[in-house]
Design a protein around this ligand. Structure first.
Ligand code: 5GP
Ligand code: ZN
Length: 112
């Protein structure tokens, strides 16, 4: 996707504060953090949203959650929140699947 913001970050065409990467995923700091730790976990493959994923993406989706679990271990976080906004009504503003990894402050439920 030539003009997708997160594809451009994956290709290093736009700078981001990258925390880690593997063959399938990139983790970088959210530009507008909503918690002391606010990372975005992004598949390198372009998927517009979770709703656009298919059976063939099962391993990739699992991988993204394992990245979150690994981040929590590495950062010694006892609690964190993993959120994927799906669709404009849920607050999705970038049409490239991503998980928000939030930690470092008390979290309210339900989310707003
Ligand atoms: P969404 O609103 O789609 O759930 O999440 C998109 C997130 O991307 C937002 O939290 C927003 O702050 C973040 N974001 C938007 N543009 C950029 C950018 O250029 N760089 C980084 N690092 N994050 C961005
Ligand atoms: Zn993309």
């Amino acid at each position: 996707m030539a003009d997708c913001l997160f594809c451009r970050i994956v290709r290093r065409e736009i700078p981001a504060s990258i925390v880690q990467e593997d063959e399938q995923a990139l983790v970088f700091k959210d530009i507008s953090p909503q918690a002391p730790t606010h990372l975005l976990i992004v598949p390198k493959k372009h998927l517009a949203s979770l709703a656009d994923s298919a059976d063939g993406d099962a391993a990739l989706l699992g991988r993204l959650q394992l990245v979150a679990a690994r981040l929590a271990k590495e950062m010694r976080l006892s609690s964190f929140r993993l959120v994927s906004n799906n669709g404009k009504g849920a607050g999705q503003s970038v049409d490239h699947l991503h998980y928000h990894f939030l930690a470092g402050r008390p979290m309210q439920w339900p989310p707003g």
